[in-house]
Design a protein around this ligand. Sequence first.
Ligand SMILES: Cc1cc2nc3c(=O)[nH]c(=O)nc-3n(C[C@H](O)[C@H](O)[C@H](O)COP(=O)(O)O)c2cc1C
Length: 176
Amino acid sequence: MDLFEAIKTRRSIRAYRPDPLAPHTIEQLVRVLQNSPMASNAQELRLIVVQQPARIRAVRRFAPGLSGHPAAVLVLAADTELAKARGGKDGRDVALYLNAGVTLAYLLLAAHGLGLGACPVRSFHAAAIRTILDMPVSVEPVVLISVGYPAEAPRAKAVPSMDEVVFYERYAQSRA
Ligand SMILES: Cc1cc2nc3c(=O)[nH]c(=O)nc-3n(C[C@H](O)[C@H](O)[C@H](O)COP(=O)(O)O)c2cc1C
């Protein structure tokens, strides 16, 4: 799929067919982590792939933002101590979240390119997710990504016009 076509057609998908994901599909998806740019190349991000139905059910119980029944839930997490050691305060407090955001975008586009539907989920109970997945307190779950073969068409969404959000040369304060 052409890159711009992928960017234009990727949408959050929240309903999934029950089909499991093939191991090579998961492998293609998770390898994206190696291609994502990161501030100071800190490499503090961690990805936990959850596919066991009982564990997905446990995660869903503590993730109200997670809709449908995905074949997999990817937990994008960050080792906060490593982020601090490699990037200092900014690395831990800011760059870590930028890195996770960029990597999230890569994962969403990769999923779309593989014909999968995916949705980022920020509405979850971090402490419970940590417990379910045996994560130490130094590792912070930043965003979950539900993934599966799509069982819905993308929903309509409201977007501002380009001249409301894009400026050339100078910021424009007032817009009609
Ligand atoms: C950081 C982040 C957190 C999000 N959290 C949730 C969530 O908890 N539940 C949900 O259904 N969608 C969530 N979304 C998806 C957004 O609602 C969605 O991206 C937005 O409505 C734009 O739609 P689109 O992804 O189809 O372009 C999240 C998106 C991002 C980037």
